[in-house]
Structures are given as C-alpha cells and as structure tokens.
Write a protein that binds this ligand. Structure first.
Ligand SMILES: Cc1cc2nc3c(=O)[nH]c(=O)nc-3n(C[C@H](O)[C@H](O)[C@H](O)COP(=O)(O)OP(=O)(O)OC[C@H]3O[C@@H](n4cnc5c(N)ncnc54)[C@H](O)[C@@H]3O)c2cc1C
Ligand code: FES
Length: 281
C-alpha cells in the first residue's frame, strides 16, 4: 500500500453525472489488481472516499465515478496538472480463473467501474462476455477516447463480447444487466458482478433457489437452467467507509462467516456468502 500525490493527466465529465480521470500514479498502477480500490482525499473533507480502479498500466490509473455528493463533485472539477492525495491499492480484488475459461461479467450502472479493468486483464487468456445495464442508452458505457490514448491496455477490451441492456429499452435488451446475462449463464465457467444492491440480491435469491425455468413449465420439455454456479460468483460490495484500512469497523457486513470488513476482507466476496438483506448503502 502506498500513500502518494497523483498528478491529474485528464479529467472529463461523461453524460449527466459521471466523471472519468486519468492520473500518474506509478506506485499504485504497478501493483493494483482488478477489484482493488484507492482512498482519495477530496478537498478538505475529513474522510477520504473509496474508488475502484477502472484501468491501470504504464504508471497510470483511471477512476470512473458517479457524482453523488461533495467529494465526488469536488473531484470532477479538477484540472489537468492538479495533485490528488490517495492511498492504495487497498482491499482484496477479483480472483483469476485457472486455465482458459468462459467468463461472464455482469455490470449494473456504475458497477462497470471495476469490471472494465477485470475484463481487460482477462480478455487476453479467456473468453469474456461483459453484460452492462443502464437506465437508458445515454448512460451506457463506451470506452472513452482518453483511455485509449493514455491507457492503451484497455483496448484489450475490444476482444470482449459486449452485451447491453437498458431499463427503458432505448438500447440493447430491455431489462437489467442481470436479466440480460441469464442466457449466458450456462455457457459461463466463472461469473463476476458489480452493481446496485437490488441487482446483487436478486442474483443471490436466484442462486439460493438453485434453478430457473428457461421456458414456461412444460413447454418444449426444457431442463431448468442451473444457477448454482451463481452462488460462487465474485461480487464487489459497496459500503460507506471511514478509514479504508480495517481500523474503524464502519464498513462491516454480515456474511455466512460472521461479520467482515469490506475494506480489508473485501470489497470482493463470494455472492452466496453475503446476507444481502442486511446491506444498507
Ligand atoms: C470499495 C468501493 C469502491 C467504490 N468505487 C466506486 C467507483 O469506482 N465509482 C463510483 O462512482 N463510486 C464508487 N464507490 C462509491 C463512492 O465511494 C461514493 O459514491 C463516494 O464516496 C461518495 O462521496 P461523496 O462525498 O460524493 O458523497 P457523500 O456526500 O459522502 O454521499 C452522497 C450520497 O452517496 C451515498 N454514499 C456515500 N458513500 C457511499 C458508498 N461508499 N457506497 C454507496 N453509497 C455511498 C450516501 O449515502 C449519500 O446518499 C465505491 C465505494 C466503495 C466502498
Ligand atoms: S472503512 Fe474502516 S474498517 Fe473498513
């Protein structure tokens, strides 16, 4: 873990309430793994804010965030050349499959932030389908040109098969990312998720119930689609954080293995291990 001043190379707004920043941060970029995060000092706010790393290579890293409050708003107003205090990499990220695998990545909304990094790492040696869901067409993620210029490693994501879904049906399939991912579930050897709690808890409920009929009962005599592998999916959990390093307990969540700290035991957990009904963000 490093504490450093990262220089802003580029910062741009994306759509109504998203922002993307590329920073020079060699001490973090050289060792961060997909799913890990950084704690960022946002102006004079007393607590640093957690952000997943969106992409990293060549001494640079990118953050992608939704503007929610004072901290994220302050960050989105920084210009090229500004210095940002940050600590990282923090937490435990996603694990990598052993041997060539079919990888299904499910991103709901801003859950895309850590998953582009994961997809770009896995695409070289695995078959990757990335399903992203958003409210409407204008909120869907497309690889930003500044990432292609400043962090060319994310171009590996071009080898990923992208599937889109929107709540209002204005692009791609109509429904959530999870709905759109279901047809790929049987194909997948490994499943990764990040998204709103309601999407993750719906995924968990299906995993717990064990199966989903692919056709109305009795039609075509189709066997139910097994969803047991979904319980083993790796999911990144968001909780409000104080310290980010395991000292304050404010990020703790209930799991099958007792209370765990999102900042040090996670943020990536096994989907089936989490008591989703107790997660409050
Ligand atoms: C490990 C981790 C990784 C994260 N990665 C990203 C990312 O890549 N991109 C991104 O957009 N956001 C990410 N978040 C959420 C992000 O940290 C919060 O949105 C941010 O801290 C809000 O700060 P603020 O000062 O702008 O808002 P505040 O004024 O602190 O809060 C504004 C609103 O946001 C809610 N909020 C605050 N913190 C969180 C949180 N941690 N999780 C959920 N809701 C919160 C509050 O309840 C409040 O309603 C991550 C959170 C965690 C724990
Ligand atoms: S944020 Fe302090 S223990 Fe996790």
């Amino acid at each position: 873990m490093q504490q450093l001043s990262a220089r802003v190379l580029a910062c741009e707004s994306r759509g109504a309430d998203l922002a993307l920043m590329v920073l020079e941060a060699p001490g973090i970029a050289s060792c961060v793994e997909p799913g890990q995060f950084v704690m960022v000092q946002c102006g004079g706010l007393p607590l640093r804010r957690p952000f997943s790393v969106h992409a990293a290579s060549d001494g640079r890293l990118a953050l992608l965030w939704r503007i929610k409050g004072k901290g994220t708003d302050w960050l989105s107003r920084l210009d090229e050349g500004a210095l940002v205090e940050m600590t990282g990499p923090l937490g435990r990220g996603y694990t990598t499959p052993v041997g060539r695998s079919h990888v299904l990545i499910i991103a709901g909304g801003i859950g895309i932030a850590p998953l582009v990094f994961l997809a770009s790492r896995l695409a070289a040696s695995h078959d990757v389908v990335l399903v992203q869901g958003a409210r409407s067409a204008d909120a869907l993620y497309e690889t930003p040109p500044i990432l292609r210029t400043l962090l060319p490693s994310v171009a590996v994501c071009d080898e990923v098969h992208w599937v889109s879904a929107t709540d209002d049906g204005s692009a791609g399939l109509t429904g959530s990312a999870f709905d759109a991912a279901l047809p790929h579930m049987e194909w997948a050897d490994r499943v990764y998720l990040c998204g709103p709690v309601n999407m993750c808890s719906a995924a968990y409920a299906m995993a717990r119930d064990g199966s989903l009929s692919r056709a109305p009962a009795g039609r075509n005599g189709e066997a139910p689609l097994s969803l047991s592998k979904l319980a083993d999916a790796e999911v990144s959990v968001e909780q409000r954080m104080g310290c980010g390093v395991g000292a304050c307990y404010c990020c703790s969540i209930a799991t099958l293995h007792g209370r765990k700290k999102v900042c040090t035991d996670g943020p990536v957990f096994r989907l089936g291990d989490i008591h989703w009904d107790e997660i409050v963000t």
